[in-house]
Design a protein around this ligand. Structure first.
Ligand code: DLL
Length: 440
């Protein structure tokens, strides 16, 4: 399959590392001048960024975390004047208060470029009709893939807002050849096709590019079999750019990291030391071309491996494995991402008290479901009043649906004994979906 940006994607390791170092130095210079957060981070550790003279020196710099980004929200992490920002998007897992990221016109050009590479690596060309089922909202999936697909010259079908059966009708009508979306959504489409008595041979679909949530080889096999396509994994996160950080080639054996734009590290999340080569650990990324929202050593919370073994496709960028786990308890449901602590905050506000609860995640008829099991104790003033309890249940459910964007059922249950870790509230999660192998 053709390599979209052959010159960059097949650079020798030496040339790539030289380019990375030059771009890193420019980025450091930019953040020190324009982002007070980074200036303080480096000053307080007496780090002169001019002393960063090799890629190994990067390890002397402190990490950036999601909390740092949250604290700097909305604009403190921006490294350019706001008049240069042409787009903002939001970061995931920030249901309560939005956390924004921004792009300059150049950033958008680079973003489209890396998506174009990833699409081409999956065999997509200007001959294709690409149906995008990611939302075109504040999350980065829809807009990110849209611009990349246009860059490659493909015809985009921005079907995202449509209901699943309608998406299939549209897919058939326009003869879509490529589907872009969540792996979970691809499986929902396969089920809807069966309901519509439609066989995959009656469609023109030949490949799909999926990401934004964990999935397994098992799920890949199901998608490939049920939709009769080749399914490719692709990875990214809004703080770093959005989709486009890494994507699989025709080998379907790990995602090539777009290393001319991002420096990837793998660390042990407990010791924060580099993980031994080729071993699993937390992914850390440094952006080296971004103007608006540069990130230095951003801790993703995603656990994966990186291999530098050569790939048969000829690309020299290193490959990352599937995301195997998270270092935190970020929950993925139907394309939405949230932390249990966000659920806690919403429940506290809506219920007017801070009850204990459990989050139960399940799959019913293929769709993912969320139930909140709220414990009712005698401390609840409303206990003897069924109507008041019912009102509380409804207001909690409404607030959760509004904030999380997913259907949530709220049930009252008897109190259970509680675990606390270091005096902190531990919110139990029962994930019944894992039985069918959400992660490998
Ligand atoms: O999900 C960007 C994206 C959109 C990637 C479309 C791929 C396709 P966020 O909403 O910020 O950005 O969520 C980022 O999603 O840290 C991972 O935990 C998870 N994630 C993204 N891609 C994958 C993947 C987008 N292929 C968070 N496999 C990341 C597993 C993924 N998890």
């Amino acid at each position: 399959m053709p390599i979209y940006d052959r010159k960059m994607e097949t650079l020798s390791r030496g040339a790539l590392e030289q380019l990375q170092l030059e771009r890193l130095q420019i980025t450091l210079n930019r953040v020190v001048r324009n982002v007070a957060f980074y200036r303080q981070q480096f000053d307080s550790r007496r780090i002169d960024t001019l002393s960063i003279k090799s890629l190994d020196d990067l390890r002397r710099l402190p990490f950036t975390t999601k909390d740092d980004v949250r604290m700097g929200s909305p604009y403190d992490m921006f490294a350019v004047p706001l008049r240069d920002i042409v787009r903002v998007q939001c970061s995931a897992g920030t249901t309560g208060d939005p956390v924004g990221v921004g792009y300059t016109a150049n950033d958008i050009r680079h973003w489209s470029g890396v998506i174009a590479r990833i699409l081409a690596a999956a065999g997509v060309s200007d001959q294709d009709f690409i149906q995008i089922s990611f939302p075109y909202g504040l999350m980065t999936g829809g807009m990110g893939f849209h611009y990349g697909a246009e860059r490659i010259g493909a015809s985009v079908i921005p079907a995202s807002g449509e209901e699943v059966h309608r998406q299939i009708t549209i897919m058939k009508y326009f003869k879509a050849t490529v589907l872009v979306g969540r792996p979970g959504y691809a499986l929902a489409m396969a089920r809807a096709m069966a309901e519509m008595n439609l066989r995959p041979e009656q469609l023109n679909l030949r490949c799909g590019i999926f990401g934004s949530e964990p999935w397994s080889e098992n799920q890949r096999a199901q998608i490939q079999e049920q939709l009769r396509i080749r399914a490719y994994d692709s990875y990214g996160l809004s703080e770093i750019m959005g989709p486009g950080l890494a994507g699989e080639c025709e080998e379907q054996n790990g995602m090539h990291i777009q290393e001319d734009h991002f420096i990837a590290e793998v660390i042990n999340p407990d010791t924060l030391e580099p993980a031994p080569a080729g071993e699993e650990g937390e992914l850390v990324f440094t952006t080296i071309t971004k103007e608006a929202f540069p990130m230095i050593r951003y801790r993703t919370g995603d656990i994966a491996r990186i291999t530098d073994e050569p790939c048969a496709c000829g690309r020299t960028f290193r490959r990352m494995s599937r995301v195997k786990d998270r270092t935190d308890n970020l929950i993925f449901v139907n394309g939405h991402k949230f932390f249990p602590s966000e659920v806690d905050e919403i429940i506290q506000k809506a219920a007017g008290l801070s009850p204990n609860f459990k989050i139960v995640l399940d799959r019913k008829e293929g769709a993912e479901t969320v139930e909140i099991h709220l414990e009712v104790t005698s401390d609840f003033p409303q206990l003897d009043e069924i109507k008041a309890l019912e009102r509380m249940r409804e207001s909690v459910a409404r607030a959760l649906v509004a904030a999380l964007g997913v259907e949530v059922a709220v049930k009252f249950v008897q109190p259970a004994s509680r675990l606390t870790a270091g005096g902190k509230k531990v919110i139990p999660i029962e994930d019944r979906r894992k039985q069918d192998g959400q992660r490998k």
